[in-house]
Design a protein around this ligand. Structure first.
Ligand code: NAP
Length: 283
């Protein structure tokens, strides 16, 4: 039997309907959730992501502003801009779109954002709180993945979760959140020997590599849950994942598609974090 497809688009739609109601309640208390996004340079993919975030915010009543800065922006200028936003009581969420141009140290910028407004969940304070299992801003893609698993009542406790990828924004935090949910977690990466040995033992397989169709049916255990985080462009210009959807869906019990899988959930969790920040910061 073919796997059940977990639609990120459908789930995101349901969650956004609820979030819209939360925004209304906040508005009645004179709290108007506001997200400010800074984008540096002209990278078309980054601009497209930012546009998506603005549109999704507007749809649920979150006001947002995009600050466009030129490619040659200095680190000092960007730090000043972030500091201004930290001190602006009308701004609840701050997001600096990554990657940044070479002259800017990304980590320095991430650490300059107030942890209270860090709706991306990248600040070390929020990362530390996530590891400790404290209530905090969870980074959006891992948060979206856990939400997708829970939406289908997929058992995580005691399961073997294998995460391929160890980036700070996806691989590491998603593994940590799965551990927090009592999975037994294995991390794989480019130096892992015999990748299939690990993937074939996974009850939950999260793939965050960034290379087209690395994972095929022969890498997946029967009835595994497969989450495809990858976003790649085919030669024909279409979006596709790290997982060969057509073959893997014949082996897995659940699978996420690309597009319309993890992507829409990532933006939804950003909206959720912005509302959380607005509630905490208030008027
Ligand atoms: P990244 O920073 O480039 O990390 C990729 C990871 O994959 C690294 O840990 C790397 O290992 C590992 N890797 C590379 N080739 C491998 C191979 N052949 N076998 C096993 N591991 C391999 O990428 P990222 O930022 O985590 O993003 C991963 C993918 O998710 C990208 O396609 C990105 O566009 C997508 N993404 C999607 C969303 C969404 O919302 N849908 C959000 C974020 C990212 P090393 O550490 O050893 O180099």
């Amino acid at each position: 039997m073919s796997a059940e497809v977990i639609s990120g688009t459908e789930l995101a739609k349901d969650i956004r309907t609820e979030l819209k109601k939360e925004v209304k309640v906040l508005n009645e208390q004179n709290i108007n959730p506001h997200l400010t996004v800074i984008i540096v340079g002209d990278d078309p993919a980054s601009h497209s992501y930012v546009k998506g975030k603005k549109k999704a915010s507007a749809e649920i009543g979150i006001s947002s502003e995009i600050i466009n800065l030129p490619e040659d922006t200095s680190e000092t200028y960007l730090l000043e801009k972030v500091n201004e936003l930290n001190n602006n009581i009308n701004v609840h969420g701050i997001l600096v779109q990554l990657p940044l141009p070479k002259q800017i140290n990304e980590q320095k910028i991430i650490e300059a954002i107030s942890p209270k407004k860090d709706v991306d969940g990248f600040h070390p304070v929020n990362v530390g709180n996530m590891i400790l299992g404290n209530d905090t801003f969870l980074s959006c893609t891992p948060y979206g993945i856990i939400t997708m698993l829970k939406s289908k009542d997929i058992e995580i406790t005691g399961k073997h979760a294998v995460v391929i990828g160890r980036s700070n924004i996806v691989g590491k935090p998603v593994g940590q959140l799965l551990l927090n949910e009592s999975a037994t977690v294995t991390y794989c990466h480019s130096k892992t020997k015999d990748l299939s040995k690990h993937t074939l033992d996974a009850d939950i397989l999260v793939v965050a590599i960034g290379k087209e169709h690395v994972i095929k049916a022969e890498h997946v255990k029967k009835d595994a849950v497969v989450i495809d985080v990858g976003v790649n462009r085919t030669k024909e210009g279409k979006l596709t994942g790290d997982v060969d959807f057509e073959s893997v869906k014949e082996v897995a019990s659940y699978i996420t598609p690309v597009p319309k899988g993890v992507g829409p959930m990532t933006i939804t969790m950003l909206l959720k974090n912005t509302i959380k920040a607005a509630k905490q910061i208030g008027k």
